[in-house]
Design a protein around this ligand. Structure first.
Ligand code: VG1
Ligand code: CO
Length: 543
């Protein structure tokens, strides 16, 4: 098996976004495109020789081809061993868990997460480091720099290998281990949670539905919820990963997981509903006739963490991304623990988790997690909710309503304008940025703007600075209006507008967020001139 050095030309568009490189499948299928990016990853990890790499993806179209390409390149680039999930499958949190359990040096995850899959949709690739978390900007910047000057890549002159049966074999000088995608992850969950208590919950009348949306979480949810915890067969729906996710859009929100939401709001609703995204790191939580916003979910879980064996001793601290509502901050203040505000993207939680500063963290985009891995973790969040329900005997609606009474309700909504022209997105952000200095001090939407800024973050552990992480209007009554462009889309631009307002009065905590926030919503539309610039009268997705 000879090592081949293949000449190539750089592609100008391989800059990693919020979470890895995401492009249309047709872009990745261009000759050398995937290879260039993989070589650029390896070049950014100079100490890889002889070390272990974890490899798997969410099963979307092009996953299997990509696994073969990466295995050959890994062997040619000096990796000692690659652990591959059987069938090329691994969820994002499982990759993180496997890296940590097996002390691997890093991992490659093949996924475009919540973006749709199939020959005409998206593919993606991201690199995780030895703590199990997404590569920090220092490394993603090095990958990007490498991709712009690459002239050749290395691969092995060999045929495809069998990735569908567990086993260990050699590929050149490298060992390949095909492993069970679920086992390590399921064992980790059993160590954190009281599975006996959860079995008792399912033994009673408690019923739930988990919608895996034909993406990667199916095998994990089936094993843990149905096989190990005894939830009735059929609890997990759409549990078989398909290369096109069944034609769906595995973004667990009220628009794309509509059938689950309809079921939970219908006559036959079970006690609990949950959905996950393409790569298994997101979660949507529903009670009977009740939707839990991800920001509230993080706050509720932080307030109730000690019900779970893995967190009996309490939390060291919590963190949330900047656009996430401040609900969890209020919990932290009450618990007397530190809270941190980071830019969007899980990579910013890594240092805080590694340094033992935080135990829980989350994002408004249906991401919640803890220090058990270094990724957000959809099924973990479901198990936390089930544990809180089991321990308190209360319904989801009761748990959240009582939480609001105690901590106040952070009314919250995110409006996404997906797929607007890239130029319109840039113009909106540039115009708003220019306006920031004059907005401060003004009275807008019936409130005084206390601060108007372009959010920048200094990492408290390594001092690295990340600028331009979203535009913020902070009002004197605690309300906030935030604007960002998505860093995960593959078509045009996606504008996200985040609105938040705190209500302490329990008598006014049962209102429709769209109504309560209507002045902030109108202000956001005005300031961005979204309708004038794009013709869009309404957002594509409201959360
Ligand atoms: C989105 C979310 C962000 C999340 C990221 C990756 O990014 O807003 O909170 O970390 O997706 O999640 P953006 O840049 O499009 O707003 V996932 O589930 O795609 O790995
Ligand atoms: Co995801």
């Amino acid at each position: 098996m000879a090592v081949l050095t293949i000449p190539t030309q750089a592609f100008p568009d391989q800059r990693p976004g919020t979470s890895g490189l995401r492009k249309k499948v047709s872009v990745f299928q261009q000759p050398h495109y995937l290879e260039n990016f993989v070589q650029s990853i390896f070049a950014a990890i100079p100490d890889r020789k002889g070390k272990t790499l974890v490899l798997g993806g969410d099963g979307r179209f092009f996953n299997r081809e990509a696994i073969q390409i990466i295995l050959r390149m890994a062997a040619a680039n000096g990796w000692g061993k690659v652990m591959v999930g059987r069938g090329g499958l691994l969820s994002t949190p499982a990759v993180s868990a496997i890296i940590r359990v097996h002390h691997a040096h890093g991992g490659i995850i093949l996924s475009a997460s919540h973006n749709p899959a199939g020959p005409h949709h998206d593919f993606g690739i991201k690199y995780n480091i030895s703590n199990g978390g997404p590569a920090p900007e220092k490394i993603t910047d090095a990958i990007w720099a490498g991709s712009k000057s690459i002239q050749s890549y290395q691969t092995l002159d060999t045929a495809d290998v069998d990735i569908d049966h567990d086993g260990i074999f050699q590929l050149g000088d490298m060992t390949v281990e095909i492993c069970d995608p679920v086992r390590d992850y399921a064992e980790l969950m059993a160590r954190i949670f009281d599975f006996e208590a959860l079995r008792r919950l399912f033994n009673g009348n408690f019923r739930m539905r988990f919608d895996a949306m034909h993406a990667i979480t199916g095998p994990y949810a089936l094993e843990i919820l149905e096989n190990q915890l005894g939830a009735p067969a059929g609890t997990v729906v759409n549990g078989i990963p398909l290369t096109d996710f069944g034609g769906g859009h595995p973004d667990p929100n009220l628009v794309y997981a509509k059938s689950l939401a309809d079921y939970l709001f219908g006559e036959e609703a079970p006690d609990f509903g949950a959905a996950s995204d393409g790569d298994g790191d997101r979660n949507m939580i529903l009670g009977r006739q009740f939707f839990v916003t991800p920001s509230d979910s993080l706050a509720v879980l932080a307030a109730n963490a000690t019900h779970i064996p893995g967190y009996h001793g309490g939390l060291k601290g919590v963190a949330r991304s900047m656009p996430t509502s401040q609900a969890v901050d209020v919990v932290a203040q009450k618990l007397g623990i530190p809270h941190y505000e980071t830019p969007t993207g899980w990579k910013f939680f890594g240092n805080l988790l590694d340094a033992g500063k935080i135990t829980f963290c989350g994002e408004e985009s249906f991401g919640t997690g803890s220090d058990h891995v270094r990724e957000k973790d959809g099924l973990w969040a479901v198990l936390v909710w089930l544990s809180v329900i089991a321990a308190t005997g209360k319904s989801v609606a009761e748990i959240v309503t009582r939480h609001w009474q105690e901590f106040g309700r952070h009314y919250y909504t995110r409006h996404d304008y997906e797929g607007i022209p890239a130029s319109a997105g840039e113009e909106i952000m540039a115009t708003l940025t220019a306006q920031l200095p004059v907005l401060a001090g003004q009275t807008l939407a019936g409130r005084i703007v206390q601060t108007a800024d372009d959010f920048a973050y200094t990492d408290p552990i390594d001092g690295s600075i990340s600028s331009h992480q979203g535009l913020r209007l902070l009002f004197s009554d605690g309300a906030r209006l935030v604007f960002r462009l998505s860093g995960t889309g593959t078509e045009g631009a996606t504008l996200r507008i985040y609105h938040e307002h705190l209500e302490q009065d329990a008598a006014r905590q049962q209102l429709d967020p769209q109504r309560v926030l209507r002045e902030l919503i109108a202000l956001g539309k005005d300031l961005t001139r979204i309708e004038k610039l794009t013709g869009r009268k309404a957002p594509t997705v409201i959360t």
